[in-house]
Design a binder for this molecule. Structure first.
Ligand code: PNS
Length: 165
């Protein structure tokens, strides 16, 4: 049987339970998933690339078919390098659609062979994003249940809310 790999690209700053939901759905379709973090020096990230790699690797430590990697430049070129033509993206509300539509069509313009597949995250995560979670966490808001426990702890440390034990 042909083993099929897909790429799940993004910033993952940080990884959320919404992302985890997309990964587990993608693994029901594909044999292997590469979570690919864009290294973009222009975008201000809260977590360093190494911190994001660490958090994602921890979240999937028992999944041998999930690889964590980084890329820069065009996603379509990275896909060719990784010998796949499938890009997974998560969709939450309708508001995601326009950006995703543009990106999928641009990627297809850049490489006719690239196929974008959109998976719906679980309804529980429809309203969440890394950005809104970071904002809530920055003011000490309770974001438990929206991110893996270890990510919650890292957010508290970043924003100075971690308890000294
Ligand atoms: O986490 P995000 O912001 O939704 O991720 C966006 C990402 C990293 C998938 C997108 O910006 C990307 O693929 N950038 C790489 C550069 C590229 O290929 N651009 C052309 C297609 S729009």
């Amino acid at each position: 049987m042909c083993k099929k790999t897909a790429i799940y690209p993004g910033f993952f700053d940080p990884i959320t339970n919404g992302h985890l939901s997309i990964v587990s759905r993608a693994l029901k379709i594909f044999d292997r998933l590469i979570i690919a973090i864009l290294k973009n020096p222009q975008k201000n990230a809260l977590f360093t690339v190494d911190e994001r790699i660490y958090m994602i690797s921890r979240a999937f430590k028992s999944e041998s078919n999930v690889e964590v990697d980084t890329f820069d430049g065009l996603l379509v070129d990275y896909a060719v390098k990784k010998d796949t033509n499938v890009v997974i993206r998560g969709l939450r509300a309708l508001s995601d659609f326009e950006y995703e539509f543009q990106m999928a069509l641009m990627n297809r313009k850049l490489n006719r062979n690239i196929q974008s597949i959109f998976l719906m995250t679980d309804y529980k995560w429809f309203y969440t994003s890394s950005t809104i979670i970071k904002e809530a966490a920055s003011f000490g808001g309770d974001i438990s249940g929206l991110v893996p426990k270890m990510v919650n702890q890292k957010l508290k440390e970043k924003f100075g809310y971690a308890k000294n034990t």
